[in-house]
Design a protein around this ligand. Structure first.
Ligand SMILES: Nc1ncnc2c1ncn2[C@@H]1O[C@H](COP(=O)(O)OP(=O)(O)OP(=O)(O)O)[C@@H](O)[C@H]1O
Ligand SMILES: [Mg+2]
Length: 303
C-alpha cells in the first residue's frame, strides 16, 4: 500500500520555524541523530518537519516504521505540477517527513534538487500552513560539492550542527564544513551551533573531539555513546526515542533536543588550515601511542 500523504488544511499562519541543518561525513550518524532529535523535539510538544536532503532518501524511515516515502524530485519527474502535500508524510508523533530525493545516479547536481524541493514547499506556504516550530535538514556530505552547501548558502537554515566521531576523517569533514560556513558567513549564510560527538565509546575519543572544538572555537552540544540500543531500534525500523524511551540513550537524545532548543547564538567557526590540522593529528597520534603504552594516563572517566 502506498504511504498516505497529508491533506491540505486551512490553518492560520504564524512566525517562521527555526531551521536547522545537520551535516557530517557519510555514515557518521546524521540520519540517526536527526531522527532522534526530531522525535525528542516533537515529544517536547513542538511541530517538527524532518527534511532529508540525501538522494538516497533514507533520512526519515525510522520515523515511519522503516518505510520509505516518494521524494519531491520523484514526484516532479512524474508530473509537472506537484501539490507539496503529496510529498509530506507523517511519522512518529505526527512529525512531517519529506525527502528531497535527487537526480538519477550519476546525473545532475543533488544541490539543485535540494533547492527545488525547498522552493516547492516555500512557494506553497507549507511551513506557515503547518505552523511548524522546527524544520530539520539532514544533509549529505562533506561540502566537497557546492550543492551540499545549499542549505548554508541560500539562507535556508539558520543554525548548523555537525555530527562527528573522533575518527580523523570525520574531523577532517567537520573542518571542511567549517570552511564552507566561514566562506558564506559574511553573506548571511547559516552559522555553526556546535558539534554533536557521536559514537563515543572510549574516554580518549571525547578528549579528541573536545580538543578539536577548542582549536576551532566551537562547542560540543552532546556526547552520544555508541550504543546497541541504537542498533536494535534501527533494526525494528524506529528511533531510539520511540523504540526504547526509557533507555539511557533516549535520555541522551532528549538532552540534546533540550540543548538545541535552548540554543540561540550560532557563530562562525575557525577551521584549521591544512598544515595545522596535520600537526594537530600528529600530536594526537603520539598521545594515543603514549596512552596505549601506559606512559600517559587516559584522564577522563568513562562516558
Ligand atoms: N550512537 C550510535 N550507536 C550505534 N549505532 C549508531 C550510532 N549512530 C549511528 N549508528 C549507526 O551507524 C549507521 C549509520 O548511521 P546513519 O545512517 O545515521 O549515518 P548517516 O551519516 O546518515 O549516513 P549517510 O551519510 O549514508 O546518510 C546506522 O546503522 C546507525 O544505526
Ligand atoms: Mg543519512
Amino acid at each position: 500500500m502506498p504511504p498516505s500523504s497529508i491533506q491540505a488544511n486551512q490553518s492560520s499562519t504564524r512566525s517562521q520555524p527555526r531551521q536547522i541543518a545537520i551535516y557530517g561525513k557519510g555514515g557518521i550518524g546524521k540520519s540517526t541523530t536527526t531522527s532522534n532529535l526530531s522525535a525528542a523535539l516533537s515529544d517536547l510538544g513542538y511541530k517538527v518537519m524532518q527534511f532529508g536532503c540525501d538522494p538516497k532518501a533514507d533520512s526519515t524511515n525510522t520515523l515511519r516504521d522503516g518505510s520509505y516515502i516518494p521524494t519531491v524530485l520523484d514526484l516532479l519527474r512524474e508530473k509537472k505540477k506537484v501539490d507539496a502535500h503529496e510529498a509530506i508524510f507523517q511519522g512518529y508523533n505526527g512529525i512531517y517527513c519529506v525527502e528531497a530525493g535527487g537526480p538519477a545516479p550519476g546525473v545532475g547536481c543533488a544541490g539543485r534538487g535540494i533547492i527545488t524541493a525547498v522552493q516547492l514547499l516555500k512557494q506553497q506556504n507549507i511551513f506557515e500552513e503547518l505552523e511548524l516550530d522546527y524544520v530539520i535538514y539532514d544533509v549529505l556530505g562533506d561540502v566537497v560539492c557546492g550543492g551540499f552547501a545549499v542549505p548554508i548558502r541560500e539562507g535556508i537554515a539558520q543554525h548548523v550542527f555537525t555530527v562527528t566521531s573522533a575518527d580523523f576523517m570525520a574531523i577532517y569533514a567537520a573542518n571542511n564544513l567549517f570552511k564552507g560556513i566561514q566562506r558564506y558567513s559574511n553573506a548571511g549564510g547559516a552559522l555553526l551551533g556546535g558539534v554533536i560527538a557521536n559514537s563515543m565509546s572510549h574516554p580518549y575519543q571525547r578528549e579528541i573531539v573536545d580538543d578539536f572544538v577548542a582549536h576551532t572555537h566551537t562547542q560540543v552540544m552532546q556526547y552520544v555513546p555508541r550504543s546497541i540500543t541504537v542498533t536494535q531500534s534501527e533494526l525494528s525500523g524506529k528511533t531510539t526515542i520511540e523504540a526504547s524511551p526509557q533507555s539511557e540513550q533516549a535520555e541522551i537524545y532528549r538532552e540534546l533536543a533540550r540543548r538545541v532548543d535552548a540554543h540561540t547564538e550560532s557563530a562562525t567557526p575557525e577551521p584549521l588550515e591544512p598544515g595545522e590540522l596535520k600537526d594537530w593529528a600528529s600530536k594526537w597520534a603520539d598521545t594515543l601511542v603514549a596512552i596505549e603504552s601506559g606512559e600517559v594516563r587516559d584522564e577522563k572517566a568513562g562516558i
